[in-house]
Design a binder for this molecule. Structure first.
Ligand code: FAD
Length: 366
């Protein structure tokens, strides 16, 4: 065999696996059907600005080892995610905190804000749908201005028709803190995420524009083992039916001005605005370029040819996934990993964690 590992997918899962295997002198061939490395964390320079091609990506983690690991390959800046919400002509800070409550009700005393929410909460033991769940957690004003329209656009359905489990908790803070994440470490890699992946893949052979399924037998014949990070249902030719996803359409524009919205992330929470967010990429790196690049995000049903983004982890799809998983567990020479092969939404740090754990186990056994 020419290679120890054929790695299908040059996203972060595949790249970490390749890097660790290479360090142990294993020969890796990494293929990706796209024309670039990096998977969904790929960034591309436009007008000197690192554009997050597949949606805004903010690295955040509490895992010290993962944080130290990624910092070997890039310098992270001090970016703190503090999104803004626009509801018609009103502007609010997120996540829900004292700034939001002041903007909503003019209250500056945390106890008063708590009382206000309490007075609006729906008393309901067993919420039957997402609307009841949200109303019981945060009350009517927050729900109607900041949750309802956004969630309905995201899922393409009324909150009354969405299951309650989609929202398990809605963090509410009674401090003046606009930091979206609670994690200890957070930032954006200076120069973009693609640089990290480039460094991880140094020394591996990489073939782009290469779909595993176009020459499956040929690729299988090249390596002792396969690390597969593509869609699990596709690997088994959709024999139990397709696993469903929600997807996004990105509409990017270069504007001939230095600053469009003054913040990297602005959510549009009213129902009338057709997109869910506008990302202004330069603000992730405090850019001072003369132009700016913005991307409007539209949420939609996944159709043939669309990129699969968010797994729809409802009962039907989870049951289908378990059927596929059973088959996957019987494979001796295929390692399945990453968001598509595990049909699960993972943040980047979890992908780094999972891939590191898996490759270490593999190399110990090898
Ligand atoms: P991917 O990055 O998707 O890589 C898989 C690769 O496999 C792809 O390049 C694909 O082309 C390739 N592939 C698939 N099938 C084949 C085939 N048949 N042949 C060849 N190649 C194939 N995480 C955060 O931590 N912070 C964030 O702010 C954040 N924002 C996000 C925003 C959006 C809109 C989305 C969708 C995700 C976000 N994430 C975020 C999650 C992050 O994108 C993922 O954790 C990460 O990309 C998963 O890495 P992966 O290697 O599993 O998959």
């Amino acid at each position: 065999m020419k290679y120890d590992y054929l790695i299908v997918g040059a996203g972060p899962y595949g790249a970490v696996f390749a890097h660790e295997a290479m360090k142990c002198n294993k020969r890796c061939l990494v293929i990706d059907k796209r024309d670039h490395i990096g998977g969904n964390i790929y960034t591309e320079q436009v007008e000197g600005i690192n554009v997050h091609k597949y949606g805004a990506h903010i690295f955040h983690t509490n895992d010290r080892e993962v944080w130290d690991y990624v910092n070997q390959f890039a310098t992270f800046n001090r970016y703190t995610n503090s999104p803004i919400a626009k509801f018609k002509d009103e502007v609010y800070n997120l996540p829900f905190n004292m700034n939001t409550f002041y903007q909503l009700w003019g209250v500056s005393d945390p106890a008063e804000a708590e009382k206000k929410i309490e007075s609006q909460r729906l008393q309901c033991e067993q919420p039957q749908n997402l609307e009841e769940q949200a109303l019981s957690l945060v009350g009517r004003d927050i729900y109607e201005k900041l949750i309802k329209g956004y969630t309905e656009k995201q899922w393409g359905r009324s909150c009354k028709d969405l299951p309650a489990f989609i929202i398990k908790r809605l963090p509410v803070r009674f401090t003046w803190d606009n930091n979206y994440f609670n994690d200890q470490y957070q930032g954006i890699p200076v120069g973009g995420y693609t640089l990290i992946i480039e460094k991880l893949l140094e020394g591996s052979e990489v073939r782009l524009n290469t779909d595993y399924f176009a020459q499956r037998e040929y690729f299988d014949s090249l390596a002792n083992k396969i690390v597969y990070t593509g869609m699990l249902d596709e690997f088994y030719d959709y024999r139990f039916g397709p696993l469903e996803y929600r997807t996004l359409r990105f509409d990017s524009e270069v504007l001939d001005k230095p600053n469009f919205q003054g913040n990297a992330v602005v959510n549009y929470t009213d129902k009338e605005t057709p997109f869910t967010r506008i990302i202004e990429h330069k603000h992730f790196e405090f850019g001072t370029q003369p132009k700016t690049v913005i991307t409007r995000e539209y949420s939609k049903e996944h159709e043939n040819g669309d990129e699969p983004y968010y797994p729809v982890n409802d009962q039907k799809n989870n049951a289908r996934y378990l059927n596929y998983k059973e088959l996957a567990e019987r494979e001796e020479n295929v390692i399945f990993g990453g968001r598509l092969a595990e049909y699960k939404y993972y943040d980047m740090w979890q992908i780094f964690r999972n891939s590191l754990d898996r490759v270490r186990k593999e190399l110990q056994q090898a």
